[in-house]
Ligand binder design. Structure first.
Ligand SMILES: Cc1cc2nc3c(=O)[nH]c(=O)nc-3n(C[C@H](O)[C@H](O)[C@H](O)COP(=O)(O)OP(=O)(O)OC[C@H]3O[C@@H](n4cnc5c(N)ncnc54)[C@H](O)[C@@H]3O)c2cc1C
Length: 398
């Protein structure tokens, strides 16, 4: 199991890292504590098409279960906004298939891949890791990689080892989702629900076919039992309950999503953090599959450079290649957090304005001037904003 670059975690970030590290000629080992890569799923499984080209991948057709030509925002249970702009086109994938496909690409590039292998501990000297202990099939193995990519998710073991605490409590959304069978055919779009009943965060319906979908919520700053919250939300929601009862549950998916804003490409000694471990999501929606894969690829490339004795420039490369997306996500996320601060905005209006900000119809600095328009005629306000923007966005009453 000896290697020059150790990649901890075989999610999208890890597979991106292992592939690029191996492609650079570094002896690379990727480990994951899971017995099967990609399982269990903790994800809505939607991929925005905007980043596919940048990721340099073709999503395998067998992983795609639904295509969405637009995204629907259901705002405050009052207004529906359909956004047909290219940015909001997406597909739903089976992550069990997709994550394995990415790991296979890493293996084909020359990386060793070991599922059922957990990083247990690491010895740190002068701020760098000198050795790692892995548990592989019950046996403890000590290895001494020259560089490490920590792609081990939001609750990263490597962060704890390095004392790198990247997230405050409000930087982590608590997610829960049921894969459900629908009572009737679903609209062919992803739906996002922003409303007072959820608070900062949002709900979603992500179709996996005409009669099947991931239905979930991401909660920020709410400590209630997430499963009960979701059951009650589905049952009590005038739109969601039209399609679903929470009694046809094919799968329960629970996980946390980092939404910290822009952290960049953090490095501690010889450890490069990537993916959820470094909060590399589009922070206003928590989308992390492709951002993690792309950022992981950069981390792997620079880990290989470091392992060969060169000077890594992970942060610079990351800002260059993903800074626009990650920073835009961070700006929108910060605007949403401000809007949901207690007393910042009229509770009825803030869901509507959050939707306007997410659709980039309102500049966060112009919220004050939009507040009364949203209060008195939200539908008209959206129609005028869409017309003024020239974007293919259509609004109607809920
Ligand atoms: C409820 C929910 C819904 C989401 N929906 C979407 C969505 O629809 N679209 C989207 O793009 N993003 C979504 N996300 C975010 C997305 O899932 C993540 O951003 C993405 O998986 C991050 O990839 P990663 O490789 O960094 O981390 P992960 O996918 O979490 O992979 C980390 C891996 O590290 C392994 N690991 C952890 N510790 C160790 C250890 N000590 N030793 C060995 N292995 C270890 C884990 O087993 C895991 O496989 C969602 C997140 C949640 C919680």
């Amino acid at each position: 199991m000896d290697c020059e670059v150790l990649v901890v975690g075989a999610g999208p970030a890890g597979s991106g890292a292992a592939r690029s590290s191996a492609s650079q000629g570094a002896r690379t080992l990727m480990v994951d504590k899971k017995k099967e890569i990609g399982t269990p799923v903790q994800c809505g499984e939607v991929i925005g098409l905007e980043l596919v080209k940048r990721a340099g991948i073709r999503i395998p057709p067998q992983a795609i279960v639904a295509k969405h030509s637009f995204t629907r925002f259901v705002l405050g249970r009052e207004v529906i906004v359909d956004n047909h702009e290219p940015y909001w086109r997406s597909v739903t994938v089976e992550r069990k298939i997709f994550d394995k496909h990415l790991a296979m690409r890493a293996a084909m590039a020359g990386a060793s891949v070991q599922a059922d292998t957990r990083l247990i501990s690491a010895k740190v000297e002068n701020g760098s890791v000198v050795s790692c202990v892995l548990n592989h099939r019950g046996e403890e193995i000590e290895i001494s990689p020259k560089a490490i990519v920590a792609a081990d998710g939001v609750h990263s073991t490597m962060s704890k080892v390095m004392g790198a605490d990247f997230f405050a409590p409000m930087d982590v959304a608590r997610g829960v989702e049921f894969e459900l069978v629908a009572k009737k055919e679903l609209p062919e779009c992803m739906q996002i629900f922003i409303e007072e009943e959820i608070g900062l965060g949002y709900g979603w319906i992500i179709p996996k076919g005409r009669r099947r979908a991931n239905v979930g919520i991401g909660l920020v700053g709410v400590n209630a039992s997430r499963r009960t919250f979701l059951e009650d939300w589905i049952a009590g929601h005038p739109v969601v309950s039209r399609y679903f009862d929470a009694d046809k549950v094919l799968e329960v998916k629970i996980g946390d999503a980092p939404v910290p804003g822009f952290i960049g490409g953090p490095v501690r000694g010889n450890v490069l953090f990537s993916g959820d471990a470094a909060g590399q999501t589009l922070a206003f929606v928590g989308e992390g599959i492709l951002p993690s894969y792309i950022c992981g690829g950069l981390a792997g490339k620079h880990a290989a450079i470091m392992a060969k004795g060169g000077t890594q420039k992970y942060e610079e490369d990351l800002v260059d290649q993903m800074g626009d997306q990650l920073m835009m996500g961070a700006v929108l996320r910060d605007a949403l957090v401000d809007m949901w601060a207690p007393g910042a905005l009229d509770p009825r209006v803030r869901s509507l304005l959050s939707g306007a900000v997410m659709n980039e119809l309102v500049d966060p600095d112009e919220l004050a001037s939009m507040t009364s328009a949203m209060e008195h005629g939200p539908l008209q306000a959206f129609k005028e904003l869409a017309r003024g923007s020239g974007k293919d966005i259509r609004a109607r009453r809920c």
